[in-house]
Design a protein around this ligand. Structure first.
Ligand code: 4NP
Length: 158
């Protein structure tokens, strides 16, 4: 654990950090809080791309989260940086393209573990698809995948 001896530091990463990874951060935080384990985790999310830096999550991610009593409105997009590979124990990408982008940026000395969310949490070789060009049902589908993976991640990091 690189953040603190008592905490596991997890960074959720996607391409834009406005749709999937802010939702993953918010949903996993919610699952952790429901379990009363918020002191055990340091959580954040980031983008491999720079297009949306400083922006709040996509309104469709905010809406689907809100419909499940999760508030994403305080989150802001930031880009993955070299220091993240020192600060986080686990860097979780949503799809294979995220994993290759993250791996390309990883400094040689980093000890962060890089994993894809569904295969790591559930042992299922499935990507969480980019919902950017989808309607609300695409965001609900992604929410359900992230929720299932988050519950499994909580057990796996117990
Ligand atoms: P995300 O979705 O990676 O889940 O945040 C995207 C959001 C924006 C873009 C691509 C993916 N974009 O190209 O602007």
């Amino acid at each position: 654990m690189t953040n603190s001896a008592l905490q596991t530091a997890i960074l959720f990463v996607c391409l834009g950090n406005i749709c999937r990874s802010p939702l993953a951060e918010g949903v996993f935080r919610h699952v952790v809080e429901k379990a009363g384990r918020q002191d055990q985790y340091f959580l954040d999310s980031a983008a491999t791309g720079s297009w949306h830096v400083g922006n709040p999550p996509d309104s469709r991610s905010i809406a689907v989260a809100r419909s499940h009593d999760i508030d994403l409105t305080a989150q802001r997009c930031r880009q993955l940086c070299a220091d993240d590979f020192n600060r986080f124990d686990l860097i979780i990408g949503m799809d294979r393209s995220n994993i290759s982008n993250i791996t390309r940026l990883k400094p040689a000395a980093s000890r962060s573990e890089i994993q894809m969310f569904m295969p790591y949490a559930l042992g299922r070789n499935v990507e969480i698809p980019d919902p950017y060009t989808e309607g609300p049902e695409g965001f609900e589908h992604v929410y359900q995948m992230i929720l299932e993976a988050s519950k499994a991640l909580l057990q796996k990091t117990a």
